[in-house]
Design a binder for this molecule. Structure first.
Ligand code: ADP
Ligand code: ZN
Length: 603
């Protein structure tokens, strides 16, 4: 075993050019090399692929990677070829002849890694072929696709438990970045992974800065943000509707940015073309609906902006998680409006999903609004939502960097809490607010709640403002929502001192007026010294030139992090390149001289 792990470390350094394992990579690799199964939950950018790529290289035989993303297999395999790894893929995009070649290589034992779609894998002939060759392991990528409830459900994933029956001795690894417990349970039972070792990493993406605002007009705000922080970068702008995607892309183009649209209504060829350009060119903004994004592993997406409210905290996490896979500073920026909330609620109401589903989705939307309106650290809340505790405020979200203006809302909070209490702690937010507003409503009258002292006591504020107060009090834990029933509000123990007027309550300012937001104190840190900027740009240009010549995305040659290190260390000898993260033996020989030449010309 020690021998195998030594070999794994050697491959990490020589093939991939990295010095240390990250997260649970070491333990996962050890598990697979010992012949056992593993389930790995790791955030996007955490380094899931190394978990199966390295064991596949250590062990005899081929590592079979099941991936739902045909469009991306090509890039994954190209990236491996760059490292000198014998990899290939099999899917319906290939000609019969290309497929024959791959099968022949497989039979001849000439492959370390084979990427394959679940449909293809399930074909009788394919299973038969695999039974005749030496299989090192099976890696099931994006394993959450097995979940019926998730948005990425793929029915072929359900059949993958057959691997367990047919290839009893071959270790299996399921990986995903979709974190919640229900999904994990489904993966385990659907894929027969009951005995697999589980590895769950922290989902904190500390390099992502979270910013959420509802002030001002979304577009203007977006433009200020792009001009201030991302005048040159690649990123994604998410919109709720196809129409808004088209409009926003056209608007950004008119403003002089390279912006492309992506949504399910576009012809497949155009979608593919836009995705390929996003991957291969630099400084492209992809304006998209949520149809775009799964598995797009472009490491240098510097920002993800939302021009509308996502559906839930889960969606928000997944979508923003596409920023900064390379670990460098990135932004998750959101602007939303109350109209988003209204629209999402209406969609839910009109949808023909069952009552239970509507209720669950409605509550998820409320939890997301809590996150939007809170005044404390957003990262603590985000991680808390998924059951993880962050001890200290993060210092890298808008609320930490620019604590929001607050107002003394003790009196208003008392009114809300008392209205909830007096109406019997079973009505939803709208009812409670209607009581405060003194609404002439049949239900209120028939319940006798127009006779309460609080009835009509809140006329100086609007429905929107009262709802915001209720949401903030909920976010602070003074009000609980009956998640099992009909969203009735009730008081928590923490509400008592407020009801009695013994504790101050400071809430985020409600004014819809545009207050000038102070610019964040620091720009997104670019660890490039001003003196090195010209060199950095020249290195980028060289990378683009080399990538174009081979029809590859630039990041397949070197990541930004590698280029940045080159720009600051300025090596002059090939051997010195071993010190740079992301340069293994193959890439050193292949690209080292070209980049050293660029560096030398600046010396
Ligand atoms: P994901 O978990 O999202 O699939 P990847 O496997 O694509 O993540 O890895 C994200 C990035 O981190 C890749 O560029 C990969 O090369 C890099 N990476 C993975 N493991 C390490 C490591 N141990 N040290 C440095 N970089 C790593
Ligand atoms: Zn914070």
């Amino acid at each position: 075993m020690q021998d195998k792990m030594a070999k794994a470390s050697q491959i990490l350094e020589q093939v991939f050019g990295y010095t240390r394992f990250r997260h649970h990579q070491y333990e996962v690799i050890e598990t697979l090399l010992s012949g056992a199964d593993a389930l790995v939950l790791m955030p996007t950018g955490g380094g899931k692929s190394l978990c199966y790529q390295i064991p596949a290289l250590v062990l005899d035989g081929v590592g079979v990677v099941i991936s739902p993303l045909i469009a991306l297999m090509q890039d994954q395999v190209s990236a491996l070829h760059q490292l000198g790894v014998r990899a290939a893929f099999l899917n319906s995009s290939q000609t019969p002849q290309q497929q024959d070649e791959v099968r022949a290589a497989l039979r001849a034992g000439q492959l370390d890694l084979l990427y394959i779609s679940p449909e293809r894998l399930m074909m009788e002939s394919m299973l038969h072929l695999l039974s005749q060759v030496d299989v090192a392991l099976f890696a099931i990528d994006e394993a959450h696709c097995v979940s019926q409830w998730g948005h990425d459900f793929r029915k072929e994933y359900k059949q993958l438990s057959i691997l367990h029956q047919k290839f009893t001795d071959v270790p299996r690894l399921a990986v995903t970045a979709t974190a919640d417990q229900r999904t994990a349970k489904e993966i385990i039972s659907e894929l027969s992974l009951e005995t697999a070792r589980r590895f769950i990493s922290s989902f904190d993406r500390s390099n992502i800065r979270y910013t959420i605002s509802d002030e001002g007009a979304g577009r203007d705000r977006l433009w200020e943000f792009l001009a201030r922080e991302h005048a040159q970068d690649s990123g994604i702008v998410y919109c709720l509707s196809r129409k808004k995607v088209e409009e926003t892309a056209a608007w950004l183009t008119a403003k002089g940015r390279l912006a492309l649209a992506y949504h399910a209504g576009l012809a497949p060829s155009m979608r593919q073309d836009h995705q390929a350009r996003f991957l291969r060119e630099e400084n492209v903004i992809m304006v998209a609906t949520i149809a775009f994004g799964m598995g797009v592993d472009k490491p240098d997406v510097r920002f993800v902006a939302h021009l509308n409210l996502p559906k839930s905290v889960e969606s928000y996490t997944q979508e923003t998680g596409r920023a900064g896979r390379d670990g460098l500073a990135s932004n998750a920026w959101m602007h939303y409006g109350i109209s988003d909330v209204v629209m999402q609620r209406k969609w839910l109401e009109l949808s023909d999903a069952g009552e239970l589903h509507k209720q669950v989705q409605g509550q998820k939307l409320e939890r997301l609004l809590d996150l939007c309106e809170m005044t404390a650290c957003r990262r603590q809340a985000l991680l808390g939502y998924f059951g993880e505790v962050l001890d200290q405020p993060c210092g890298n979200c808008d609320n930490c960097l620019n604590p929001p203006d607050t107002w003394d809302a003790a009196h208003e909070a008392q009114l809300v809490l008392s209205a909830i209490y007096r109406t019997g702690q079973r009505f939803g937010a709208i009812y409670v607010c209607d009581v405060l507003l003194g609404k002439d409503d049949e239900r209120i009258i028939s319940n006798g709640h127009d006779q309460l002292q609080v009835f009509g006591m809140g006329k100086e504020l609007s429905m929107v403002q009262w709802r915001a107060i209720v949401r903030q009090l909920t976010a602070r834990g003074f009000i609980a929502v009956d998640a099992e029933g009909f969203n009735g509000l009730c008081l928590t123990a923490a509400a008592r001192p407020i009801l009695r007027g013994e504790q101050p309550v400071h809430l985020r300012k409600l004014s819809k007026k545009l207050t000038k937001t102070r610019a964040a104190k620091s720009k997104v840190p670019m660890d490039i010294a001003p003196d090195d900027e010209a060199l950095w740009l020249a290195l980028k240009a060289k990378r683009l030139e080399l990538a174009k010549a081979q029809g590859l995305p630039p990041f397949v040659i070197f990541h930004d992090a590698t280029l940045r290190q080159l720009a600051s260390v300025k090596p002059s000898q090939l051997e010195q390149l071993d010190e740079i993260s992301g340069i293994g033996a193959k890439k050193r020989t292949r690209y080292g001289p070209a980049f050293l030449e660029v560096i030398a010309s600046f010396a």
